[in-house]
Design a protein around this ligand. Structure first.
Ligand code: FE
Length: 357
């Protein structure tokens, strides 16, 4: 299913399936460029780190509606940025789709994107979920929540991100490394809320409460709680949703004693991040690129886009995946997602000083 639109390029398809190394990418770049360049006029060249089943329908539907063919290149998030950088003004990329506002910000900082002015996008997407100058737009939301052992943590025991630093949770918290952009964005939001001294005190408190040195991804934190290594995991919603949706007995066993808590429901709301997209700086088909972004904000596209990864749509009136239906009403923090990027460097320094590995 991956990179179907680049089929006829078995070598590249094979590389994408395994996840490209940077060296592999540059090699693939040399192989793929002529093909993508040929396909430039009238097409849409999409650089994407997404690879979900529902995306097929998403793209087919766009082509059906507009007659614009999509040439897709899929690779891991940071590798896509490196590739665009290496291609420079010769890049065939029209649109970059990737996850986390921190990474979209990074693409903007690397001068890989250009601003888009679109009344349709501004109307459809809430202001806090898009970059203020139009460099990129959030098209689905994920919340960073607590997944807790419900036999040990009762409703109301822990209600805020701030509580992760409370000494009563000593040796109970599992969270991934500070090298992960999701945590960098969360720390960037804490910095915006608490200020530098407050954010550093918070980070120190979190580190003091760790049940183990950070390792693995969000799913590994959830599994650690299921295995009794800690009581509170910090995870993006879709990782827990994937386990809830799974029919595998081992996944059912993992979720049996777990519950989700949306932090800060009685004050500023839960930290949300986005999957998003922007128009590439040297887009050869800019009009098509803008059309594609506007399509992504349409109700029908939103359903495919969000459902592919158990995420929340950014526009109202769109059905959620049944697995996350019961989470629909949570209160989200209205802090602009671009702040996570702007605060990224400072947040990293703070986490570093706090000893967050
Ligand atoms: Fe993820």
């Amino acid at each position: 299913m991956l990179s179907r639109h680049l089929s006829g390029r078995p070598a590249l398809r094979h590389l994408s399936r395994r996840g490209l190394t940077l060296a592999g990418l540059l090699l693939a770049s040399a192989m793929a460029l002529p093909g993508l360049a040929q396909a430039q006029s009238g097409d849409l060249n999409l650089y994407s780190s997404r690879h979900y089943d529902t995306d097929e329908a998403l793209y087919t539907n766009f082509t059906k509606k507009t007659g614009i063919k999509i040439n897709r290149l899929e690779a891991r998030e940071d590798e896509l940025l490196q590739r665009m950088k290496a291609e420079g003004d010769k890049s065939p990329a029209d649109v970059l789709i990737t996850v986390d506002a921190g990474r979209l910000w990074r693409a903007q900082e690397m001068d890989l994107l250009q601003p888009t002015k679109s009344a349709a996008l501004e109307k459809a997407i809430p202001a806090h979920l898009r970059e203020p100058d139009g460099y990129w737009f959030g098209f689905s939301k994920r919340a960073r929540v607590f997944v807790v052992n419900k036999t040990k943590v009762k409703p109301g025991d822990i209600a805020r991100y701030e509580d992760l630093a409370d000494p009563k949770w000593k040796s109970k918290v599992v969270i991934r490394s500070s090298t992960n952009v999701y945590n960098q964005s969360l720390a960037g939001a804490m910095l915006a809320t608490l200020g530098e001294a407050g954010a550093e005190a918070w980070a120190r408190g979190v580190v003091a409460n760790l049940a183990r040195a950070p390792k693995g991804g969000d799913t590994d934190q959830i599994k650690a709680v299921a295995a009794g290594e800690g009581d509170i995991a910090v995870s993006n919603t879709y990782y827990f949703a994937r386990l809830l949706a799974s029919s595998k007995p081992e996944d059912k066993a993992v979720v049996a004693n777990l519950a989700v808590i949306f932090p800060n429901q009685n004050d500023r709301g839960t930290h949300v991040n986005v999957s998003g997209a922007g128009v590439a700086k040297y887009s050869p088909n800019k009009a098509n690129a803008v059309k594609f972004l506007e399509y992504l904000a349409s109700k029908e596209a939103q359903e495919y886009f969000a459902k592919g990864n158990y995420e929340f749509p950014v526009v109202g009136g769109v059905a959620l995946h049944p697995v996350i239906q019961s989470w629909a009403e949570f209160k989200e923090d209205a802090l602009n997602v671009a702040v996570f990027g702007r605060n990224n460097a400072e947040a990293l320094k703070i986490m570093d000083r706090a000893g967050w590995k």
